[in-house]
Design a protein around this ligand. Structure first.
Ligand code: XMP
Length: 520
């Protein structure tokens, strides 16, 4: 792998993503991992990330001792560039020349990193310190007005560095710079393609689960579906998928899983129809947290019962007493793994957060085939595996489903109203080609609010529907999406015409923060 040594930047994961976009496998490691441990992963190259510190202050994160001497090709970025400079005997100082944002750089085009690129580039800077003297033996290959040493390289020792951030899209030639480093600098070919990834993951799953039987909670979302499809490809006759219909799904979702997904992948599926159970449990409840807790609790109960039934051989074609269920599939992704401190291997069921607190007496090992993947890679391999596009391209949808999009008590009638409105909004957004523009668009029913309207000859007294289209990178922050008026008009007209009980459509124009994406 190409290892990204994380110096505390918010950019380390992004660097790994960009490397993978160049078809090269990449992982993030913490900067304090000892060199021997880093080298044991047999890195094809190292990339030192940016970070918030100054290399010359006491306690600043340092390069692990011996790392640079191992002969592995290295690219230093921003703080990593400075840390590398210091380690190689160059000089870093606070020059008073800070650069933030778009900066004009002049690069040497007969260098390894910048060949075949324009000599004048716009690069994205974010630094207060600068390299004031490049290490001996290196050639300075870029400069800006405020930073004479903005990049250097020594092709013989295979060390390269840039002061700016090639991983962000604002650096116009950034991806080219990374690819030049990987291919020409480090001599790495691109082999990390969906087909290759699938082969590796399938092999890993087979080795992990052996003869044991496996269950998977399918939600119809991208992650659980692709994880299930992978396990199916690896050990199909040992897998049973459980789909809980809690009645809080959107129009067509159950059919997507039961019909399209099963047809495409051939998984053995058990659907648990738990609609009444969930509605009974939610009756009379209006508090958002209470509703969430109830839905989570009922989900676990239902799934647990299904698992017991499968273990006892009462459900699923593959039920079998000789090989009891030993494994649970989870769609954990790489960003979650990095954020919870990295670490390989399988955790026990207690630490997982997707299915949520299954009891101790159901002891499963976890199969997490997506734990080294980013979302876009999950989508790519999902497509390669033939998972239906409607699932692969699906926008995020919360576990508690429509239950937290009805403001007020959840009832069967209200669910029907919201499902109809949501289906119209989704249909029109897709028809307008806006699926890639918006991150997601919750449609919310204000079930306890009524307003007066007029329709035909009569007065109406119905409920408002809220549209909440947002744009986001990671759901941590979001902005409201400026949808074209014509699209909003079509959605509004159709919902008020076609959905009984709804006589008003309103648009949520709040960013996050202060608003969250969901209303509850
Ligand atoms: P908020 O409303 O906190 O949502 O801005 C951020 C993202 O998380 C989704 N979300 C959930 N996803 N279970 C989930 O799997 C949940 O309980 C849940 N609550 C919110 C939300 O749709 C958005 O993408």
């Amino acid at each position: 792998p190409v290892l990204v040594v994380d110096f505390g930047a918010q950019y380390a994961q992004l660097i790994a993503r960009r490397v993978r976009e160049a078809d090269v496998y990449s992982e993030v490691v913490p900067h304090d991992m000892p060199a021997a441990e880093v080298l044991a992963k047999r890195p094809a190259a190292l990339i030192l990330s940016g970070g918030p510190s100054s290399v010359y202050v006491e306690g600043a994160p340092r390069l692990a001792e011996g790392l640079l001497e191992a002969g592995v090709p290295v690219l230093g970025i921003c703080y990593g560039f400075q840390a590398m400079t210091q380690a190689l005997g160059g000089e870093v100082a606070k020059t008073g020349q800070r650069e933030y944002g778009h900066t004009a750089a002049r690069v040497v085009t007969d260098s390894v990193l910048f060949a075949e690129q324009p000599a004048d580039q716009s690069v994205w800077m974010s630094h207060g310190d600068s390299v004031t003297r490049a290490p001996e033996g290196t050639t300075v290959t870029a400069s800006t007005e405020g930073t004479p040493v903005a990049a250097f390289e020594d092709h013989e020792r295979r060390v390269y560095g840039v002061q700016w951030h090639p991983e962000v899209l604002h650096s116009a030639q950034g991806q080219q710079v990374l690819e030049r480093f990987l291919r020409q600098g480090a001599g790495i070919e691109g082999r990390w393609t969906p087909g290759h990834v699938i082969d590796e993951l399938v092999e890993g799953i087979r080795a992990q689960v052996g003869e044991g039987r496996v269950i998977c909670a399918l939600s119809g979302g991208v992650d659980s579906s692709v994880a299930a499809a992978l396990v199916q490809k690896a050990v199909g006759d040992q897998l049973t998928c459980v789909f809980v219909d809690h009645g809080l799904l959107r129009a067509g979702e159950r059919e997507q899983v039961e019909t399209d997904f099963v047809a495409a992948t051939g998984v053995d599926l058990v659907t648990v129809d738990a609609v009444d159970q969930f509605l009974d449990a939610l009756a009379g409840q209006t508090d958002p947290e209470t509703k969430r807790k109830i839905i989570g609790r009922e989900f676990i109960r239902t799934f647990e019962q299904a698992a017991r039934d499968i273990v006892a051989g009462r459900a699923g074609e593959n039920a079998d007493d000789e090989h009891p269920v030993k494994w649970l599939v989870q769609g954990t992704l790489y960003p979650d793994v990095v954020e919870s401190g990295g670490g390989a291997g399988t955790a026990t069921i207690k630490s997982h957060h997707n299915v949520g607190g299954l009891p101790d007496d159901l002891q499963f090992g976890l199969v997490e085939p997506l734990r080294m993947l980013f979302k876009d890679e999950v989508r790519a391999i999902g497509r390669e595996l033939g998972v239906p596009e409607a699932i692969v391209a699906r926008q995020p949808f919360p576990g508690p489903g429509l239950g937290i999009r009805i403001i007020g008590e959840v009832t069967a009638d209200r669910l029907e109203t919201l499902r109809a409105a949501d289906a119209i909004a989704r249909e029109e957004l897709t028809a307008a080609g806006l699926d890639d523009t918006i991150w997601q668009c919750p449609v919310v029913l204000l079930a306890d609010v009524r307003s007066v309207g007029v329709q035909g000859d009569g007065r109406t007294y119905g409920h408002p529907i809220v549209l909440r289209p947002v744009s986001s990178e990671d759901a941590m922050t979001a902005d409201w999406t400026r949808l074209p008026y014509e699209v909003l008009e079509r959605i509004s007209t159709r919902i008020t015409n076609e959905v009984d009980e709804v006589n008003r459509v309103v648009l949520d124009v709040t960013s996050k923060p202060p608003g969250t994406i969901e209303w509850e």
